[in-house]
Design a protein around this ligand. Structure first.
Ligand code: SF4
Length: 358
């Protein structure tokens, strides 16, 4: 099993078996999480004999191979990692002028949810990422930062539905948020879901019990079931009412205000009537709405609304007392719409294993 697949206590047991003294366990974790070291040979305060044992047992810290690294003008960087089974995943590093260094990570290869504006939905679901694969994305993105800088925020908004891979995600986030790990504040971790009521409930119970009350973001994208089902076919099974009931519980159990993501698509969900309906859903809730003008997906014919329309939509909500943020797109030049890099890369390289899942 690869190094990052082991949780903290399991790793302790393995290192004990290898005969490494206790004080060196913490040293190894420090090399991996704080000192951005991915090869055991580089852990120079361990004896040569121990470094060799670690290399024999695990090979290297990472199990994937970085196939691509793209950088855009607006401080977004994107990497594409290939795993041992040939499947690929993409992860993004975003920097802003508030010194936030945000990792956007994926939890699945492909996705079964089929959201109409999303390139990953086109390909369908392949498999869940393991705990180690999720953690490796974070460590690789952290390594892109110069010495003295480290990740400050995590958004689980890449490919996949995180609540369908909850155990592996929470296990990886344990290391990301622990003091001997990446030491990122729990309050700076956002889990974004398409809105699965049972999954939200389970997450609420788990994070309330562990004290790791992550921020929850729900992709709403439409203010009524008919339209939402067109955009997110999964909605047919759960419906907006049940999602809101679950998010009310999340707020009650964790005390954390839920964010509703609303991807604004020109001519689809950006009309006055949609504002009125959205106000009806949220005005009595402690919530925040993130408006995200859509990243165009050429295959699907969706385009970004004009600025004027975006402004009208936002003021329609704020005039009714709803707190709104507009999240401007980053990384357009690096195909940052979820799933696009993986698709583009596959098309260019003849990597087409998943096409049958469409
Ligand atoms: S937007 Fe997210 S949940 Fe929807 S298909 Fe894409 S990856 Fe899946």
């Amino acid at each position: 099993m690869s190094f990052l697949e082991y949780g903290q206590s399991e790793l302790t047991a393995v290192l004990n078996e290898l005969g490494l003294p206790k004080f060196q366990h913490a040293q190894i974790r420090r090399w991996v999480f704080a000192r951005k070291c991915s090869g055991f040979d580089g852990m120079t305060d361990l004896s040569k004999q121990y470094r060799q044992k670690l290399s024999e047992k695990f090979g290297s810290v990472f199990q994937g191979t970085q196939m691509k690294h793209q950088r855009s003008d607006d401080s977004a960087e994107k990497i594409l990692i290939e795993w041992r089974d040939g499947e690929r995943v993409e992860s993004v590093l975003l920097r802003d002028n508030r010194n936030h260094r945000t990792a956007c990570i994926s939890t699945q290869i492909g996705c079964a949810m089929g959201c109409k504006f999303c390139a990953s939905g086109i390909d369908g679901f392949v498999r869940n990422l393991t705990r180690g694969e999720i953690l490796e994305q974070l460590l690789r993105l952290n390594s892109l930062l110069p010495d003295g800088e480290r990740l400050t925020h995590i958004v689980v908004m890449g490919i996949g539905e995180p609540l369908l891979n909850l155990e592996n995600l929470l296990s990886a986030l344990d290391d990301a948020t622990s003091s001997g790990g990446l030491d990122i504040s729990v309050r700076r971790v956002t889990i974004s879901t398409v809105g699965l009521p049972a999954g939200i409930q389970k997450l609420a119970e788990k994070v309330a019990a562990s004290g790791k009350e992550y921020k929850l973001a729900v992709s709403l994208h439409a203010p009524n079931d008919e339209l939402r089902t067109q955009i997110i076919p999964q909605n047919q099974r759960c419906g907006i009412k049940n999602i809101l009931r679950a998010t009310d519980d999340y707020f009650r159990l964790t005390g954390r205000r839920v964010t509703f993501e609303y991807t604004l698509i020109d001519g689809v969900n950006d009309e006055r009537e949609h504002v009125r309906q959205l106000v009806g859903l949220l005005k009595h809730r402690t919530a925040i709405v993130n408006i995200i003008p859509v990243n165009p997906v050429p295959e699907l014919g969706f385009s970004t609304p004009p600025e004027q329309k975006i402004r009208q939509f936002v003021s329609g909500l704020t005039d009714n007392g709803i707190q709104v943020k507009v999240r401007f797109r980053k990384g357009d030049k690096i195909d940052a719409a979820c799933g696009q890099l993986r698709r583009t890369s596959r098309e260019n390289t003849g990597f087409n294993k998943n096409l049958s899942a469409n």
